[in-house]
Design a protein around this ligand. Sequence first.
Ligand code: GDP
Ligand code: MN
Length: 388
Amino acid sequence: MKIHEYQAKAILRRFGVAVPKGEVCFTPKEAAEAASSLGPPPYVVKAQIHAGGRGKGGGVKLARSLSEVEARAQEIIGMTLVTPQTGPEGRKVRRLLVEEGLEIAREVYLGVVIDRALGMPVLMASAEGGVEIEDVARRFPEKILRAPIPPGFGFRPFQARKIAYGLGLGAATEKTVKIMLALTRAFEETDASLAEVNPLVVTRGEEVLALDSKMSFDDNALYRHPEIRELRDQEEEEPQELEASRHGLSYIKLHGDVGCMVNGAGLAMATMDMIQLAGGTPANFLDVGGGAGTGQVSNAFRILLSDPGVKAVLINIFGGIMRCDVVAEGVVTAASHTGVQTPVVVRLEGTNAEEGRRILMNSGLNFTVADGMLDAARKVVALARRGA
Ligand code: GDP
Ligand code: MN
């Protein structure tokens, strides 16, 4: 689960990371009021969306007076912000963060992420912080400093000092060390999957603050953090993912055109590989679960079809605990309700597979029955191409 910048900053502040004074606002008038309580100008008006690169897209603006705050807020609220991370469709801005403007002497990058190759979190840092960090990581990977955080040991002060010296921070070293220790502790104690500060700034007055922050959390650990779960902003989430989570389905939207309905996460991954192998691209990951009933299957099918990018659907079910005839009934119910035009390829194996296939063939709907996984993938990719 992702959260907004202002929410991440509130969490980091609790752990001892200094952040600029600021307030979340929903209207231009509120923005001007918030600024007046922050002290003298300048101020910064920042779009709050679950994507980075806002500065480049015009979502972060400096204001030199209260009336400028109101004017910038008027421009940003309601705008569709397109950044390198939103995709071309952009995101509608509904919230702003108004902050005190700082005089920045240096910008560095700090981030804690899970390194899947090492199997543990790592702290990453770079002296070249700010809006071009992705570019730095790609072109000059040696400029990214890294320290592994072994579970059970945690991040040690000597590691923080080594990195801070590496960043060449001079008099700001000790403050940065404290912030690194606080950031890694925040990451660990909130079960985060990402805790990023970009940029961490050193001001003219040698203060060290998190000027921007992004955090996301492991969904499977959210039950341990009800106060973080409350920060969910449903307006920032993919509508199909939201609907799927209401029905207890594990669904992740992707950008291809072949919709996949599969039972079991392993089979779902294998199905996506098969689609790629056949030259296509999956539109989603969807695991309907091992013991789904007719209702569950029909909800899943409806959610798949509500994605306008889906040109063909592959239903790949292995009937172990799940019975193929139950799946077939769910699909037929959903298909007849939605009046589906999208071609559907079905591969059923296992318990009651024969009966499942018979239900589909007798439904009068447009199903293609496949013989094995590769055949299914080839057929569905061909149909998606024809539909595109
Ligand atoms: P992002 O583009 O979504 O990563 O948004 P950021 O919050 O990182 O802001 C982008 C850039 O705006 C920062 O790297 C800073 O250079 C600049 N910026 C943000 N706040 C201030 C501020 O208070 N003073 C100054 N001078 N620049 C700021
Ligand atoms: Mn940033």
